[in-house]
Design a protein. Structure first.
Length: 387
C-alpha cells in the first residue's frame, strides 16, 4: 500500500485539483482509496497570466522561467496542504499546467508533437521533500504519440463494467472520451480514447466576454438554457477538420481558444444571436461534437455514458447530451465510485505510482504512439547529508 498525492490544473485553468490516495495492486488488481481531496484556486493574477500565454501572448524566456516557478510553488503548496489532511505520502504525481499543446503532424520540421506543462516537478520535489513524478506526456510524444489523452489508461482499470459498453466522457476545458468495451469480451476490442473537441473552454471565454468579466462560467448552464442553439451555425462549425478526423487525436486552447471565439462571435452577428443564443450554440457544439465522435468513430453506440469534469455540472449541456443520445443513460463516474471532479488528479497519482514500478502508462491505441512507454521523469528531493 502506498499513499500518493495527485495534482493537476487542467485546460480550464481554474485551479489545482489535489488528491491523496492509498493505492494497492498494479493494473487489473488496482485499488484506489481516496483519503483527501481539494481544489486550490490560482491567485487571480497568476490565472490571468496563464490564460494570456495559453491565448498566444508572447513571453520572454526569463519570464517563462519565473512563471514556471510560480506555478511550481502553487502546486507545492497544494501538495503540502493536502498532505496535512492525510497520512504521509511517499510520492507525488504532478501533471502541471498545460500552456501549449501541438499534436504531431507530418509536415512539421520534426514530425513529433510538442506539449508544454509548467510547474516543474523537480521544484515540487525540492519544496515538498517528496519524490515527484512529472513531465508525463513527453515519452509518449517521443514515441510519435499525441501525448494525450493519458487518463484512458487509468479509466481502463477503474471504470470497466463486466458486461456493459461504456464511454467515460470528460468535459473539462477540452472534452475527451475513454471507450471501455465490457471486461468479458476478447482483447481484440481495445480500450480507445481521444479528444472530442471543446468542453467548457469556449463557453467560459464567451461568458467572461458577455458578462464583462463578472462571471467566469455558465453556472449550471442557466444562461445558455434561456437561449436557442443556431443549427446552421452549429453545422458550419462542425465542418471543422478536427471533428471529421478519425482518432487518434488531441487538441487544446491553440485550436479552441481566444482566436476561435473571436471568429465565432463575428459569425453570430450574421445570425443576429442574443447572448443566451451565443452560449446555447457553443454548448451545442460541445454536445454535438461528443455525439458526433460516438456515431462516427465507435463500432457501436455505448450502453452507458459516464460524465466527469466540471461540465457534468452544467445541467443544460447534460440535458442536450441526454436528448442527442436518447435512450442511452447518461450518468457520472460517481455512479461507478469515482469522484467526477477529481478523476484526473487520481489518474496522475496512479500514473506516478506506475512509473516508479516500471509499468508503462500510455495506451498506444489511444495516443497513436508506436509502443507502450514509461511515462514521466522521477525527481527525488535533495536531502543534505546530516540533516
Ligand atoms: N456548476 C457548474 N455549472 C456549469 N459549469 C460548471 C460547473 N462547475 C464547473 N463547471 C465548468 O467546469 C469547468 C472546470 O472543469 P474541469 O475542472 O473539469 O476542467 P479542467 O480539468 O481544467 O479541464 P481539462 O479536463 O480539459 O484539463 C469550469 O471552468 C466550468 O466551465
Ligand atoms: C495537453 C493536455 O493537457 N491535454 C488535456 C486536455 O484536457 C482534456 C483533454 O485535453 C486531454 O487530452 C488532456 O488531459 C487529460 C488529463 C488526459 O491527458 O487524459
Amino acid at each position: 500500500m502506498t499513499v500518493v498525492i495527485g495534482l493537476i490544473s487542467g485546460t480550464s485553468v481554474d485551479g489545482i485539483d489535489a488528491v491523496s490516495v492509498r493505492l494497492k495492486g498494479s493494473t487489473t488488481d488496482l485499488q484506489v482509496q481516496c483519503l483527501a481531496k481539494a481544489t486550490y484556486p490560482y491567485p487571480p493574477q497568476l490565472r490571468s497570466q496563464i490564460l494570456a500565454i495559453c491565448g498566444g501572448a508572447s513571453i520572454s524566456v526569463a519570464d517563462l522561467a519565473a512563471l514556471d516557478d510560480a506555478i511550481a510553488l502553487e502546486f507545492s503548496r497544494a501538495a503540502l496542504n493536502i498532505q496535512q489532511q492525510s497520512p504521509p505520502a511517499e510520492l507525488i504525481g504532478s501533471h502541471g499546467q498545460t500552456v501549449y499543446h501541438r499534436p504531431p503532424y507530418p509536415d512539421a520540421t520534426i514530425p513529433l508533437g510538442y506539449s508544454v506543462q509548467l510547474g516543474r516537478p523537480e521544484a515540487i520535489a525540492h519544496q515538498t521533500g517528496i519524490t515527484t513524478v512529472g513531465n508525463f506526456r513527453l515519452a509518449d510524444i517521443a514515441a510519435q504519440g499525441e501525448g494525450a489523452p493519458l487518463v484512458p489508461a487509468v479509466d481502463a482499470y477503474l471504470l470497466r463494467h463486466p458486461h456493459l459498453y461504456r464511454c467515460i466522457q470528460n468535459i473539462g476545458g477540452i472534452g475527451n472520451v475513454t471507450v471501455l468495451p465490457p471486461a468479458n469480451i476478447p482483447e481484440s476490442h481495445p480500450v480507445r480514447g481521444w479528444d472530442t473537441g471543446p468542453g467548457n473552454a469556449l463557453i467560459d471565454l464567451a461568458v467572461a466576454y458577455l458578462s464583462d468579466g463578472r462571471q467566469s462560467y455558465d453556472l449550471d448552464g442557466a444562461w445558455s438554457s434561456r437561449g436557442t442553439p443556431c443549427t446552421p451555425l452549429v453545422q458550419k462549425l462542425m465542418a471543422d477538420p478536427f471533428f471529421q478526423t478519425p482518432p487518434p487525436k488531441s487538441t487544446g486552447r491553440e485550436l479552441f481558444g481566444v482566436e476561435y471565439l473571436q471568429k465565432y462571435l463575428q459569425q453570430t452577428q450574421v445570425y443576429n444571436l442574443s447572448p443566451a443564443d451565443i452560449l446555447a450554440t457553443l454548448t451545442e457544439v460541445t454536445a454535438v461534437s461528443i455525439t458526433h465522435s460516438y456515431r462516427h468513430f465507435l463500432p457501436q453506440l455505448p450502453d452507458q455514458v459516464l460524465l466527469c469534469g466540471g461540465g457534468c455540472h452544467n445541467r443544460y449541456l447534460r440535458t442536450r447530451l441526454e436528448q442527442l443520445l436518447h435512450p442511452i443513460p447518461i450518468m457520472t463516474t460517481a455512479d461507478a465510485g469515482v469522484d467526477p471532479d477529481f478523476k484526473e488528479a487520481i489518474a496522475f497519482a496512479v500514473l506516478a505510482y506506475w512509473r516508479t514500478r516500471s509499468i508503462p502508462g500510455n495506451l498506444p491505441e489511444v495516443t497513436g504512439a508506436s509502443q507502450s512507454v514509461l511515462l514521466g521523469n522521477i525527481f527525488h528531493p535533495h536531502r543534505t547529508i546530516g540533516l
